[in-house]
Design a protein around this ligand. Structure first.
Ligand code: NAD
Length: 485
């Protein structure tokens, strides 16, 4: 029997006001995975009212930081305890491979729990500043929660990316209305249950399920929503920015990328090759920080390409419920057709080294074989546009300045990776790579104290530690004279 997933408003799971629903499709089988409530402005109004009431009550917004910490640590513990269940729903909604058995929670789930623990501590330990201007004046700053935020998230990391937004939002005392992606709205239902069990007051966190135009737009435009934290595509961000501008709402945008991985002649290929392959084939390439453009110095180009092809063969494509599978399907029919369109283009703009089609022997599901394209120029559309699939372009360069010129010639500026044995090259590249985040001799890794975000079309705003606090709070000061003795 197909399960129905409903909105979570004021601590309860509820149907849409108009009773509407839509189907979520299992991308591995193309069958209906679940029926989901289809929210619109009426549901958003209900959720924002619940969030505003909860905020005004002060039960959470004025709670002692130590209490908020205790509740959010409980949330983190419960997330880890329900790791398998969350992973199973992510497999159903977006085809994420379950992966080999491992002791303890799945690494992605551990990161989700860590988001709550980190911001629970950050808000408790945050310092306030106080100044004595002279003997008779004391002034100090406060950071107060701002109110109700709209959190809008994409489909490619439905659980972890959502916790990344909501952990700071809630930790600093705000209420939230969350609109997950219509393509992958199932795993978040576990979090709704966890919040109730952990003792988060009803109405502090609410979810409205549904489509961007029907549920996202009314959330963004609701006058009681003080700000919108959005992760998704640049085009949607521009639409949200325009709507928020008319109400002077604060926004933060984490968007797409077309990130470059540079491989220099002196790179340690034993480490660089598997990392570059994981950087584009993990999560079927549906990763904002994917290293989708691989730039290789001419001295090691042939060796790199041969080794990269062998590494790609280890990314077994197939049923995401099979523990040996490393590459599952793309999330949806729309995304599959989009990636297939780029593969068609790739045959005109370059040469397909391997992949470039459906994997052989898989009849159903939105599967695309890991693919590499060579003999392509950075001006080609497949080098400039975010494909968001398991498709790497590999280009050649002869010196560090040429590598930087190619890497920085992009509308995006999210992540950059460089592999080199030379400290001087590493430092030279780091200083000139025009991206928000740079990893030298390593793949993606995240420290929540660092500013996460991108340049140009990759985003506006940064998240992490005090930057998240600044976004989610109003900093104010109090100034008062001390009566002279
Ligand atoms: P999308 O922009 O199509 O949708 C994202 C969310 O916005 C969904 O919940 C959608 O329903 C909602 N939405 C759509 N139109 C809306 C509107 N007009 N008003 C309000 N909400 C609206 O993006 P997607 O296809 O779901 O996600 C893929 C994109 O997200 C890629 O570009 C990827 O790089 C990016 N992304 C970025 C990061 C990051 O941290 N930088 C992380 C993950 C994904």
């Amino acid at each position: 029997m197909t399960t129905t997933y409903r909105h979570h408003i004021a601590g309860l799971n509820v149907d849409s006001v108009n009773g509407g629903t839509f189907d979520v499709i299992n991308p591995a089988t193309e069958e209906v995975a679940a029926v989901v409530a289809r929210g619109d402005a009426d549901d958003v109004n209900r959720a924002v009212r619940a969030a505003s009431d909860a905020f005004r009550s002060g039960e959470w917004s004025r709670a002692k930081p130590a209490h908020r910490r205790k509740v959010l640590f409980k949330v983190a513990d419960l997330i880890e305890a329900r790791s398998d269940e969350i992973r199973a729903l992510q497999t159903l909604e977006m085809g994420s491979p379950v992966g080999p058995p491992h002791a303890g929670p799945h690494p992605v789930i551990e990161r989700s729990a860590w988001n709550f623990r980190f911001f629970a501590e950050e808000q408790e330990l945050a310092e306030q500043r106080a100044f004595n201007r002279d003997d008779n004046l004391l002034t100090y700053t406060m950071s107060d929660p701002s109110g109700v935020f709209g959190l809008i998230t994409p489909w490619n990391g439905p659980f972890m990316l959502s916790t990344w937004k909501m952990a700071p939002c809630l930790a600093y005392g705000n209420s939230a209305v969350h609109k997950p992606s219509e393509l992958s709205p199932l795993s978040i239902s576990v979090l709704c249950e966890i919040f109730v069990e952990a003792g988060l007051p009803d109405g502090v966190y609410n979810t409205v399920l549904g489509f961007g135009a029907e549920a996202g737009v009314p959330l963004v435009e609701h006058p009681d929503v003080v700000g919108v934290w959005f992760t998704g595509s640049p085009r949607t961000a521009m639409d949200i920015a325009g709507r928020c501008a008319t109400q002077l709402k604060r926004t933060s945008f984490e968007l797409g990328g077309k990130s470059a991985t540079m491989i220099f002649d002196d790179a340690d290929l034993d480490r660089a090759v598997p990392s570059a392959a994981a950087g584009i084939f993990n999560n079927t390439g549906q990763v904002c920080v994917a290293g989708s453009r691989i730039l290789v110095q001419d001295g090691v180009f042939d060796e790199f390409v041969a080794r990269f092809e062998r590494a790609a063969q280890r990314f077994t494509v197939g049923d995401p419920n099979d523990p040996s599978t490393r590459v599952g399907p793309l999330v949806s029919k729309g995304q599959y057709e989009r990636v297939m369109g780029y593969l068609e283009l790739a045959r005109a703009e370059g040469k397909v080294l391997f992949g470039g089609s459906r994997p052989e022997g898989i009849e159903r599901g939105y599967y695309v074989a890991p693919t590499a394209i060579v003999e392509v120029d950075n001006s080609a559309r497949i080098c400039r546009e975010e494909i968001f699939g398991p498709v790497a372009v590999i280009m050649k360069f002869s010196d560090v300045d040429e590598a930087l010129a190619i890497a920085n010639d992009s509308e995006y500026g999210l992540a950059g990776y460089a592999w080199t044995g030379s400290q001087h090259t590493a430092q030279y590249v780091a200083q000139r790579f025009s991206t928000g985040m740079i990893w030298i001799n390593s793949g993606f890794d995240r420290d929540l104290r660092q500013p996460f975000g991108g340049m140009r079309l990759s985003g506006v705003g940064r998240e992490g530690a005090h930057r998240s606090r600044e976004f989610y709070t109003d900093e104010r000061f109090v100034s008062f004279p001390i009566t002279p003795r």
